[in-house]
Ligand binder design. Structure first.
Ligand code: 4AD
Ligand code: MG
Length: 427
């Protein structure tokens, strides 16, 4: 039996295969919390019911010992998960000695070095199950709304998001890079399939230590033909509202384990406010920031802006100089581009970057040259503007940023099983 299915087995004898989470005992009764990956079961050994050898074994069980326990399942409101088992048989598979992560407080460095074990803790369990629901919801939404999954390559010669964060690798004597984004390939598949998405890891050699950056993260990137930047925002707000709703519906226990106040999440309904970059600058200046028009926003500015809204907020129309080469120049204000970032509330900041793509061959070629990119590498990309170019847009949602916000975590490191950071590639 899996513990999360206990309700269906009340009154029957069952076996749970798992690991010892915690042991409490008095002279007469021992309570052993057993976890099996799906939940935690309170296993009761009472001296009156089991022989003294078994009672002793139970009392001496150590944290993370692997075992199977067999007994009758009953309802117990006070037990974690609402059920308990009166154990009749126990079989120890391997006795764990000196498990390093104890219920006492540990420092972050220690926990990160023991990430392979830290994953077994209750909080990590809850966060990573929420991550799984975020990912399932992402796929559900896109699959149910006419988007076709089109995987993008991980190895390529292009720098989608600027050459300063590329991870280079040797491709049979030629330099190749780990993908920063599947977007450019999405633009090709969108011209073949209409609405597409890719979902995979993205790699960026982020040289600064921040709580919002990983060097390897997961990004879902939808791309739509015949879609302008504002229709692109319409899709994003539906998409994000759906993800949050699914987490609220499916992760009641997980949200309660991490003590997430769900009231702010209940407010995530469409439409989301939209403000221009100019308005955002004015808002920041009013709040005492020294930001000037033309400067990009950093974490602090994003936090300030997002704190002004209860819902995620779109900031559109950034200066061209802040954004990637592929963004469409705004015809009515050529210093800006037709893009929008989505900033999550509660101070979280950017979770989505997106916008309309430059669909004019000459303007795009000019941008490739101005950025000093190798024209040969972008020949295929420029082709898309030669053979039936259309207005098209897309966006990228960072899974870890989204999970951090939904779970209200202070740092991205807990949102992925094995985080990769500037100074961290072990375990
Ligand atoms: O804004 P970004 O760089 O946009 C792109 O990559 C576009 N090509 C996407 C597209 O239009 N198809 O990244 C998109 C999102 C960010 O908003 C953020 O959520 C996440 O990806 N992200 C990171 N997450 C964790 N660590 C990093 N170093 C990240 N860089 C971006
Ligand atoms: Mg961005």
């Amino acid at each position: 039996m899996y513990i999360d299915k206990a309700a269906a087995h009340v009154g029957t004898e069952q076996t749970v295969d798992g690991w010892v989470y915690n042991v409490r005992s008095s002279g007469k009764v021992a309570f052993v919390l057993v976890r099996d990956g799906t939940g935690i079961m309170q296993c009761v050994f009472s001296k009156a019911d089991v022989d003294s050898e078994m009672f002793d074994t139970a009392r001496r069980l150590t944290q993370e010992t692997s075992l199977s326990v067999t007994g009758v399942v009953s309802t117990e409101r006070r037990a974690p998960g609402g059920h308990e088992m009166h154990v009749q048989r126990i079989s120890v598979h391997q006795a764990a000695v000196d498990y390093p992560i104890t219920p006492k407080e540990h420092g972050v460095d220690f926990l990160m070095n023991n990430r392979h074990l830290w994953l077994r803790s209750r909080r990590q369990w809850a966060v990573l199950r929420i991550r799984a629901v975020v990912i399932t919801s992402v796929r559900e939404y896109l699959d149910d709304n006419g988007f076709v999954i089109m995987d993008a390559p991980i190895l390529s010669t292009n720098a989608c998001e600027g050459s300063s964060t590329l991870f280079a690798t040797d491709y049979f004597g030629m330099p190749a890079y780990l993908s920063q984004s599947g977007q450019l390939y999405n633009e090709a598949t969108a011209m073949a399939f209409g609405r597409v998405y890719c979902f995979g890891p993205a790699f960026r050699a982020e040289k600064s230590k921040t709580r919002r950056h990983l060097t390897e993260f997961w990004m879902v990137e939808p791309e739509m033909a015949y879609c302008d930047w504002s229709q692109n925002c319409d899709v994003q707000e539906q998409f994000v509202a759906y993800i949050v709703r699914q987490v609220l519906n499916k992760c009641v226990e997980e949200l309660s384990i991490i003590e997430r106040d769900t009231a702010p999440l209940e407010k995530i309904v469409t439409p989301f406010p939209r403000i221009s970059y100019d308005e955002a600058v004015a808002l920041l200046q009013q709040a005492g920031s020294s930001i000037q028009w033309g400067e990009d926003f950093g974490g602090d500015e994003e936090t300030l802006i997002s704190n002004h809204f209860e819902r995620p907020v779109f900031v559109y129309g950034y200066p061209k100089a802040c954004k990637a080469f592929y963004m469409k120049t705004n015809p009515s204000n050529p210093d800006t581009v037709l893009c929008a970032d989505l900033l999550a509330p509660e101070g979280y900041g950017e979770i989505i970057g997106g916008g309309q793509r430059e669909d004019d061959y000459q303007l795009l070629l000019d941008r490739v040259r101005a950025e000093g990119l190798r024209e040969d590498d972008y020949k295929w990309y420029l082709d898309l503007r030669k053979y039936g170019s259309v207005v098209h847009s897309g966006f990228g949602l960072g899974i870890e940023r989204t999970v951090a916000w939904v779970c209200k975590l202070p740092h991205l490191r807990e949102t992925i099983p094995f985080p990769r950071l500037l100074d961290k590639i072990y375990p």
